[in-house]
Design a protein around this ligand. Structure first.
Ligand code: AMP
Ligand code: GLY
Length: 417
């Protein structure tokens, strides 16, 4: 099977790593990719948002499947353009990707499907904003309606900050604050059959102890030893299957990866958000635990044959990933700094720990930082404590001037609290 993966982050590196280990994959291409992905896939230059260009590249490569990683191309209709060219694509249509592209649309689908989520108002004027902020009170949750690369949400106790963010957006969703731990549960679907993956937890804030600004994600782990045994089944029945059924009923079936961001509140599971693609950095730990070769299940989703696909097989091992971010991230990051120590990790920590590249590029013989999140150091172990030790041992070998990372990824879960 010949595959083309679209994207350039650690999620795409994790996808390409798994695909490169799949015996069914005979050729692996990625566009635009990064310096790490170049070690497992052949890179191509393409504007990932240009559906015609992606479809042309897939045709030229004679690809059997195109996997679209990030949300922006999905919302731009890139998966549709690939399918229009007669090539199977893993990823939802432009219409179905609105589940991530518009928070107001997602709320409407959830209401129609009876999916539990925070109560909310959609506001377009300062007056509506005032009414909504007043109705819910502090802490305020204010969400830009559209895609904002993980930076559209403000959760604050300060009314002025909430008001300022709301009034800076054209359209906002203001909602009730959900208390309780967060879980990310992904499902692969062909628009009808839904196959859940293993739950993971992401660390969204920049600093230890969940302090500091929101980021795209600073680390993740799986499994969740503290979660109820029936969590996946409950989310399947109350969230994932009803949402997929509702989109099919509307004539805009969702195929690809449905990401449910959940809060486990005292009143039960509530959806915080949907995404229309694999999450980053959770994918790094979920795929580290998946034993079933990846290409076949992605192709089955793209071709509508998931109902016949054998049950997924999972490793009993735990996995932890720690993101190394550039100086100043999540504000404007400094880039172009050389990264050292990658060879040492490969020599001393493999195969249990390895480095997935997020924002990197090659400059001559050097690999330099090229984005806010630079690396996602991933490790497995018989339990979370062992996986964490290995991940942090590898993190300690990496040298990147000005970089920062959290030191408490999976710490509480590993300690059993
Ligand atoms: P999102 O971009 O929707 O993932 O939101 C980013 C983060 O904001 C989430 O991971 C939560 O930590 C937080 N958040 C979003 N919505 C709520 C809510 N209703 N109550 C509490 N926290 C929230
Ligand atoms: N881990 C958060 C996201 O992928 O949106």
């Amino acid at each position: 099977m010949k595959l083309l993966v679209i994207g350039s982050g650690a999620r795409e590196h994790a996808l390409c790593r798994s695909l490169s280990l799949d015996p069914a994959v005979t050729a692996l291409h990625c566009a635009p990719g990064n310096a790490g992905i170049a070690e497992v896939a052949e890179l191509h230059q393409v504007d990932a948002l240009d559906g015609k260009a992606v479809a042309a590249l897939a045709t030229e490569l004679d690809a059997d499947l195109v996997v679209v990683g990030p949300e922006a191309p999905l919302v731009a209709g890139v998966a549709d353009a690939v399918r229009d060219a007669g090539i199977p694509a893993f990823g939802p249509s432009k219409e179905a990707a609105q589940l991530e592209g518009s928070k107001a649309f997602a709320k409407e689908v959830m209401a129609a499907a009876g999916v539990p989520t925070a109560r909310s108002y959609v506001c377009t004027t300062p007056d509506e904003v005032e009414v909504a902020l007043d109705a819910f009170g502090a802490p305020y949750v204010v969400k830009d309606d559209g895609l904002a690369a993980g930076k559209g949400v403000v959760v604050t106790g300060d009314l002025e900050t909430a008001r300022a963010h709301a009034n800076a957006c054209d359209r906002v969703v203001i909602e009730e604050f959900l208390d309780g731990p967060e879980v990310s549960l992904f499902a692969i679907t062909d628009g009808e059959t839904v196959v859940p993956l293993q739950p993971a937890q992401d660390f969204k804030r920049a600093l230890d102890g969940d302090e500091g600004p929101n980021t795209g994600g600073m680390g993740a782990y799986s499994p969740l030893p503290w979660a109820e045994a029936d969590l996946v089944e409950e989310v399947m029945n109350t969230v994932l299957q009803p949402t997929v059924d509702e989109l099919r009923r509307r004539g805009t079936p969702f195929s690809g990866l449905l990401y449910a961001g959940l809060a486990i509140t005292s009143r039960g599971v509530r959806v915080i958000e949907f995404n229309a693609r694999f999450g980053d950095p959770e994918t790094q730990v979920v795929l580290a635990r998946l034993k079933t070769p990846l290409a076949g299940v992605l192709l089955a989703a793209a071709q509508g044959t998931l109902a016949d696909f054998p049950d997924l097989r999972w490793s009993e091992d735990a996995a932890v990933t720690v993101v190394i971010a550039s100086h100043n991230y999540p504000a404007t990051p400094r880039t172009g700094d050389p990264i050292e120590g990658l060879d040492e990790v490969a020599a001393q920590d493999a195969p249990h720990a390895y480095v997935l590249h997020a924002g990197t590029r090659r400059e001559g013989d050097a690999i330099v930082s090229a984005g806010g999140r630079v690396l996602s150091v991933t490790a497995s172990g018989t339990d979370l404590a062992r996986a964490r030790e290995r991940a942090y041992a590898a993190v300690d070998r990496i040298r990147l001037d000005g970089s920062h990372h959290r030191t408490d990824i999976a710490a509480k879960a590993a300690a059993g609290s």
